[in-house]
Design a protein around this ligand. Sequence first.
Ligand code: ACM
Length: 649
Amino acid sequence: MPWPSHVAQQEGFLALDHTPHIELAGGDERVHAALDRFMRNLSVRTGVPFDRNFPGTPDGPRLVIRCASSGLRVQKLEEDESYHLAVAQTGIELAAPNPLGIMHGLETLLQLVQAGPRGWVVPYVQIDDVPRFAWRGLMIDVSRHFMPLDALRRNIDGMAAVKLNVLHLHLSDDEGFRVESKLCPKLTQLASDGLFYTQAQMRELIAYARDRGIRVVPEFDVPGHAVSWLVAYPQLASGPAPHGLVRSQRDDLRPPLDPTQEATYKLLDKVFGEMEALFPDAYFHIGGDEVNGKYWDNDANIQAWMHAHNIKDDHALQTYFTQRVQKIVQKHGKQMEGWDEILDGNLPKDSLIQSWRGAQSLADAAKAGYKTVLSAGYYLDLMYPASQHYAVDPMTGPSATLSAEEKSRIIGGEAAQWTEYVTPEILDNRLWPRLGAIAERLWSPESVTDVSSMYSRLAVLSRNLKWLNLQHIEGSRKMLGRIEDDDMPPALLETLATTVEPVKEYNREKTQVYDVEAPLNHLADAIPPESDEARQVNALALRAVHDPSVRQELRTWFTKWRENDAQLEPYLATSMLRQPLVPLSKNLSALGTLGLAALDAIESGQPVTAEKRKEQLAEVDANASYNAEMLIAVVPAVRALVEAEPASR
Ligand code: ACM
């Protein structure tokens, strides 16, 4: 995962029990680093010591790597990432025009390694692989919750494993300014709570990412989401200056920058100039999203300025601002990227539009002549299942009717991880249960759409990512352990935990407002976004309607749910982390009872009156309510069975 563009598998396996003879030609220092990393990862994965310094036996297999060029010092969008990988009796051959292809090919090779009856092996295979899209990104919001470097590094390793190539860091927002400015140190002194990356750390992180074929694109969100700037420079606020950094969803004072003051552009020129030198990538993201115009409407000076300059409304004022900022970005040698609100800005055509409010803006941007990437549909903070993200294709929907030339401007997509409810402890468990599916959508051919194949490969990926030290499984386990503490049998909580999911979309903020200082240590934080068990049980229930052979398995599940509450309940009252689970556990038990009754009705063939069915469905609904920021994800199974009960005439 992602599935290659061309694969031909052959009968047989190459034994890989010790370090092969390595021949390496061409490339640059990244190819050597990638090979060393491959050996290390292979050793960790297999428990066998692989090392370039251990020469293999003379008649052992060979690993031949040929890289035709050294690639660019600053990785570019346009570079060739293709590779050819052949595994045969004589050994392994990996060839690529560019170091990026070698890195991708080694990741593929690592995924192919498996335990055979007589040792570790790689299947004979011929792969010719090339990405469908050049921009395959992940945005991480490090402003709402700061993400320490080790969390970023391990997730960069994960990105490389699934061939993602852009890490977009959302570095400033109302909650904090997260990278050191030497020219304007007040930004981090006053507006970061001490949580920020030094420039030296950022340089190291960029080098780490580059070594793995990943570009780092910085975002400094202006003119909205800019309270951190204004904590340091209050005189640049539109309307009253903010009281301080935003700490909670309830803080309603979030003025944008004042676009009518020259001092605003002087500051941006200074800081963006510094940051454009720090971040080598060709693109520089200026945000531009969700500007709240009421601050402009209510500021007499801004209104007077707009009148004097014949700027008719807030939209036109943002356009003016974006055009000024674009010139600053360009002056320092970069291409500007922004969220899709900047689309109407009559910008130079080398600007890049990130579509987030819906796929229409992707098509609109391409039509208007801009390069564009899709993030609508790839928002990981909305807690959708992997299948839903997997179904989102940049080239379908409104883009489908574009001309070939317009389509060529759609250069990829980007998953987005906003972190209002995500701490470093939670991050991996929000990303990895689904990110592989998005990575595949952006790399693999459009025809690769089989959802059950995706899920089975995603499960393998998920297990193997632990060898890269990703914490999605282990972190979740630890957090569940915190809730269980030392006084309860783990299986009881697990029965509940595996049937629930965090609420979707923006529903969490309705019951638990976002607060920087609120602990995120609840069951909703510990569980993955998607329940694998629920997906299985829901599919099983649909089958059970027609297939009696799977009904016994369903009965086992339903009985387990029904019985669990009585055993779990005594433990719930004794801990504040468990008390909120009381209604959820009761509801699960009731759903088990309802599921068993529905199976009885189906098996007995006893007709059920419309009245009775309505009652049962109402009962299903009553037990499906959100509790403790979670929903019971197995409700569809029970509902499907109630609906399948034989009807009386
Ligand atoms: C965004 O989600 N406000 C870009």
